[in-house]
Unconditional design. Structure first.
Length: 329
C-alpha cells in the first residue's frame, strides 16, 4: 500500500540542488545525503530556520550543531585553524571528520546553532549532492542527522520520511549512504580530543597526529552542558530494547548478528539480520542503522546483538550500540 507523504521527495540532480538551495535561502528545512548519514539542513546564518530545525527534530537546544562547508576557505571564514586542524583537514577533508575549533570574530553561524559556545564544529562532507547544495547556497549549512532526536540516524531517504514527514520542506534522495555512521568529531584543543568516534577510524587520525588521541572525561562543564557531543546516554535508540554481547538467543528476540552465527537458540529468533557475514567492519557500519530500524519493526521482545570487535570502525559501531541499549529517560 502506498503511503501518502506530505513532504516532497525529489531524486538528486540539478533540479533538486536548485530547489534545495532556494528553500534553504528562504529559511526552509531540507534533508539531503552526506556520505555518513542523511542530514537535516538549515542555513547556518538564519536563526529562525535553526529554531524550526530544533523543533522539527525535537532536539534539546543545548546540543550544538555541525556547520557544513564546501571548501577550506568556507571553513576558515567561520573557524580559527591551528596546526592540528590544518593537518587533519589536509589529510581527511572532504570526508567523515568534524573539527571543533574556536569561532572567528566574524563567524556567520548563528549563536543558536552553536548553543552559545565560543567554538564551532565544522565539517566538509564528501558527498557530491551535499557539496553541490553547499556551493549553490553560498552559506554554511547546519545539519544534524535527519531523524527525530534520540532515534536511529537515517541512512536512506525513506528513513528520513518516516521520522520527519510533514515537519520539513524537502527531502533530496541520493540513495543509500556509503559510510553509515556519523562523522568522527575531534576537538582541536591542546591536547586534541576524540569527542565522538565515527566514520573515520581513530587509528587514521592518530597516524597523522603522531600520537594517541584521548577521550574527554564524561563530565558536564560548569554550566551543566555536556562538554562533549553525544554525551546524552540514550541516543540512536530503537523503541525495542537492545541487549548487547549476546551469547545466546531468548525466545521472541530478534538478532543483530556480526560474522558467522553460531549462537545457541538462533533458530528461534524472530528475525535475524547480519551486519556483515564476513566480519567486515566497514560493511557493518554501512548496515548498522538501517538494520536497527528494520529489527525495530519485527515485534521482538528485544534485539540481541552479537559482540562486535572494538578496532577500526568497531569503536564507532560499539559506541552507537551502547547508546541504543540505554533505555530512554
Ligand atoms: O556525520 C555527521 O556528522 C552528520 C552529518 C549529517 O553530517 N551530522 C551529525 O550531526 O551527526 P549531529 O547534530 O547529529 O551531531 C553533532 C554533534 C553533537 O553531538 C554535538 O554535541 C557536537 O556535534 N557538537 C557540535 N558543536 C560542538 C561544539 N562546539 N563543541 C563540542 N561538540 C559539538
Ligand atoms: Mg544525530
Amino acid at each position: 500500500m502506498a503511503v501518502e507523504l506530505t513532504t516532497k521527495i525529489i531524486p538528486a540532480g540539478q533540479t533538486a540542488v536548485t530547489e534545495a538551495a532556494r528553500r534553504l535561502a528562504e529559511g526552509g528545512l531540507v534533508a539531503f545525503p552526506t556520505e555518513t548519514v542523511y542530514g537535516l539542513g538549515a542555513d547556518a546564518t538564519h536563526s529562525e530556520a535553526i529554531a524550526r530545525l530544533y523543533r522539527a527534530k525535537g532536539r534539546p537546544s543545548f546540543n550544538p550543531l555541525i556547520a557544513h562547508v564546501p571548501d577550506l576557505a568556507g571553513a576558515e571564514r567561520i573557524a580559527r585553524f591551528n596546526d592540528t586542524a590544518r593537518k587533519l583537514a589536509e589529510a581527511f577533508w572532504p570526508g567523515p571528520l568534524t573539527l571543533v575549533l574556536p569561532k572567528t570574530p566574524d563567524c556567520a553561524v548563528a549563536d543558536l546553532a552553536t548553543a552559545g559556545l565560543d567554538t564551532v564544529a565544522v565539517r566538509m562532507p564528501a558527498h557530491p549532492v551535499a557539496r553541490d547544495i553547499l556551493r549553490e547556497l553560498g552559506h554554511p549549512i547546519v545539519a544534524p542527522s535527519a531523524n527525530r532526536s534520540g532515534h536511529v540516524s537515517p541512512t536512506a531517504a525513506a528513513h528520513v520520511a518516516s521520522d520527519l514527514d510533514g515537519r520539513i520542506d524537502l527531502i533530496v534522495d541520493g540513495g543509500p549512504v556509503s559510510v553509515g555512521v556519523e562523522s568522527t568529531i575531534v576537538g582541536c584543543f591542546d591536547p586534541p580530543l576524540l569527542l565522538r568516534p565515527g566514520g573515520l577510524p581513530r587509528g587514521a587520525i592518530e597516524q597523522v597526529l603522531g600520537h594517541p588521541l584521548r577521550r574527554p572525561r564524561p563530565q558536564p562543564d560548569a554550566a551543566g552542558q555536556p562538554m562533549a557531543p553525544g554525551m546524552l546516554a540514550s541516543h540512536y535508540a530503537p523503541r525495542t530494547p537492545v541487549r548487547l554481547n549476546a551469547t545466546q538467543i531468548e525466545p521472541g528476540e530478534a538478532l543483530l548478528a556480526f560474522g558467522p552465527v553460531t549462537l545457541s537458540g538462533h533458530g528461534a529468533a524472530a528475525r535475524i539480520l547480519n551486519l556483515s557475514e564476513r566480519g567486515d567492519l566497514t560493511e557493518a557500519a554501512a548496515n548498522l542503522f538501517s538494520y536497527l530500524r528494520a529489527l525495530d519493526t519485527a515485534n521482538a521482545r528485544a534485539i540481541a546483538v552479537m559482540p562486535v570487535p572494538e578496532h577500526d570502525l568497531g569503536e564507532a559501531i560499539n559506541d552507537r550500540l551502547r547508546r541504543a541499549a540505554v533505555p530512554p529517560t
